[in-house]
Design a protein around this ligand. Structure first.
Ligand SMILES: [Zn+2]
Length: 176
């Protein structure tokens, strides 16, 4: 295990990649059990750790059942909480600890959030073993669009393009 990319100078031993990864992961696992026992969703937990401060800035468990939100996976919940806590839409300088290898949605969310590193415990095969078919999504995305189960149909491109053109001309636009 190397030092995390986001580790600040002079912070030796305090980053998420230092002595603490097992402790951060144990918190993610604790959340996975707690959320599941409370009936919030499946047995998945996650924490976002700010590397330089060696502190948890976001916690989450799967809340799909409790919130009727299919996107309320532990990692997404933790990323949202961390972004609120840090008042920024990117989480560079942070690492994600998740009790299970992320599904494609959560993996993409971590990319969008510019997380420095993802640590995981259970594998997607372990998840499949208890009935969570994350593997199915990885297979879908690897397949050509025409062969996926979810049809992807294009319509009204010209009209939608007008919004893009307006944005591209806007002097106040923010790239993120
Ligand atoms: Zn997920």
């Amino acid at each position: 295990m190397g030092r995390p990319a986001g580790g600040g100078a002079g912070e030796a031993g305090t980053g998420a990649g230092g002595a603490a990864p097992a402790a951060w992961m144990r918190e993610a696992i604790r959340l996975s059990r707690e959320g599941c026992a409370a009936g919030k969703g499946g047995p998945f937990g996650a924490v976002v750790v700010e590397t330089a401060g060696a502190r948890i800035v976001g916690r989450g468990c799967n809340e799909v059942l409790a919130s009727n939100d299919p996107t309320a996976h532990a990692e997404v919940v933790a990323i949202r909480e961390a972004s609120r806590a840090l008042s920024r839409f990117h989480l560079a300088g942070c690492e994600l600890f998740t009790s299970c290898e992320p599904c494609p949605m959560c993996l993409a969310a971590a990319y969008w959030a510019r997380i420095d590193r993802i640590w995981y415990a259970n594998t997607r095969a372990d998840a499949a073993g208890i009935g969570f078919q994350d593997d199915f999504l990885y297979e879908e995305f690897a397949a050509p669009p025409a062969r996926r189960r979810l049809p992807l149909v294009q319509v009204l491109r010209e009209e939608a393009l007008a919004a893009f053109e307006e944005w591209a001309r806007s002097p106040g636009r923010r790239i993120y």
